[in-house]
Design a protein around this ligand. Structure first.
Ligand SMILES: Nc1ncnc2c1ncn2[C@@H]1O[C@H](COP(=O)(O)OP(=O)(O)OP(=O)(O)O)[C@@H](O)[C@H]1O
Length: 228
């Protein structure tokens, strides 16, 4: 599903964010990426959807070699990857349902299919009764559910989430995690960078720890492993 072979990333300012990453993530896995601030977690996951370009090495995502990928094929790659951010990134002038529908409109899905699928994923995230609210009429947890619905609406093979519970209180964080678990149970691969110790320690999934741009730990049923 996702393979990195000796991947290095140096930013234009000279910061060496990743220093020789080797990893293989299989279809259907649920992977936490942990590590201290500035360790390279965001860089690691941004490489997976080509938000960041590597300096050296090779990355394969669902059969696509990311460095060889022609510009016009990038939408094809992105369709197979759903992304969830810490700050939700919803379009403020669109309703919850319209935010989710937008992700299908850009791939030119038929209108009828959009309506049906939007209802389905809004139910999946537990917001079947909030379709017409604007983001600022929703709580943080509800906004993140909309963002998760938007990420899954095109049936991606993988969801990449960067600190998705970072702005949420503990109870709301757990509600969001249950949504991610449900999506993973349906076969979608999930890669999540997080500082949430309690969630990582309770869920007991694969944990990849990054420090100084290197993978220092990779455990099947791992623990968070840091004090913060
Ligand atoms: N666009 C950029 N330009 C230059 N340096 C960057 C850029 N993005 C990240 N860095 C640097 O790369 C290193 C790794 O950053 P990254 O954001 O990947 O870490 P992180 O583990 O996700 O941190 P955090 O937990 O604080 O989000 C840091 O030294 C950071 O300052």
């Amino acid at each position: 599903m996702i393979e990195m072979h000796d991947v290095w990333k140096t930013y234009p300012n000279g910061v060496s964010a990743l220093n020789g990453i080797n990893v293989k993530i299989d279809r259907g896995e649920f992977v936490y990426v942990v590590g201290p601030s500035g360790a390279g977690k965001s860089t690691f996951i941004k490489l997976m959807y080509r938000e960041v370009r590597l300096t050296k090495g090779r990355i394969l995502v669902n059969g696509y070699n990311l460095e060889r990928l022609k510009e016009h094929k990038i939408p094809l790659l992105r369709r197979q990857i759903g992304v969830v951010f810490q700050d939700f990134k919803l379009l403020p002038q669109l309703t919850a349902a319209e935010n989710v529908a937008f992700a299908m409109e850009v791939i030119e899905a038929p209108t009828k299919k959009i309506r049906q699928r939007v209802n389905e994923v809004m139910e999946l995230v537990g917001l079947g009764d909030r379709l017409n609210q604007l983001p600022n009429q929703l709580s943080g947890g509800e906004q993140q559910r909309v963002a998760v619905a938007r990420a899954v609406v095109n049936n991606p093979a993988v969801i990449i989430a960067d600190e998705p519970t970072g702005n949420l209180d503990p109870e709301t964080s757990w509600e969001i995690m249950h949504v991610f678990k449900k999506i993973n149970d349906q076969g979608t691969t999930i890669v999540m960078a997080t500082h949430n110790k309690e969630i990582v320690n309770t869920m007991k999934r694969r944990v990849i720890a990054v420090e100084g741009g290197r993978i220092v730990r990779d455990e099947r049923q791992g623990a968070y492993g840091y004090d913060d």
